[in-house]
Design a protein around this ligand. Structure first.
Ligand code: FES
Length: 184
């Protein structure tokens, strides 16, 4: 009986998403205490999804297959979904790992989770972004909401100058462009 499943051999022979992401949004590196091997994950985040995931693994063939599978499982998922990927999920997706190699699967999901946590830490450390102010009541919001959190006015962005404007105004109060196209 083959020791490794076909999927493990495939991901080991043709690992997906190997390498580093330039200017990643999060990086996580985890070491395997059993064998001393290392795995680093890099993620690029768009919205609340992991738009790209890459890895570098200094480890055995099983660890490389695990990294490759984790990267495939995580790409396109929301960060919350990616945080729920477990080591067991990865081993299952690979069609199982021999028991003496199960410890190698521990690195994968942990390194991914560390990268997501690193992204979240970076976000919380960022100086508060420019605020958006309601043109009617000057209420400050962290980002443009469909309606002002202060006075409830419907808001839109002027397609000409990018300023926040009242959605149903005839024209932008800043550049006087017609707002017909911003009404949606
Ligand atoms: Fe080190 Fe597999 S033997 S990760």
């Amino acid at each position: 009986m083959a020791v490794y499943s076909e999927k493990v051999m495939d991901h080991f022979s043709n690992p997906r998403n190997v390498g580093e992401i330039e200017s990643p949004d999060g990086v996580g590196t985890v070491g395997n205490p059993v064998c001393g091997d290392l795995m680093s994950f890099y993620i690029k985040v768009e919205g609340d999804r992991s738009a790209d995931v890459k890895f570098k693994t200094f480890g055995c063939g099983a660890a490389i297959a695990v990294s490759s599978m984790v990267s495939e499982m995580a790409i396109g998922k929301t960060l919350d979904e990616a945080m729920k990927i477990t080591n067991k999920d990865v081993a299952d997706e690979l069609g199982g790992l021999p028991s003496q190699k199960m410890h190698c699967s521990n690195l994968g999901a942990e390194a991914l989770h560390a990268a997501i946590e690193n992204y979240r830490e970076r976000q919380s450390e960022k100086p508060s972004q420019e605020h958006v102010a309601c043109p009617l009541c000057d209420e400050e919001m962290k980002e443009l909401c469909p309606s002002c959190t202060g006075c409830g006015a419907d808001l839109a962005v002027c397609p000409e100058c990018g300023e926040v404007v009242e959605k149903y105004a005839q024209a932008c109060a800043y550049c006087h462009a017609s707002l017909e196209s911003a009404k949606g």
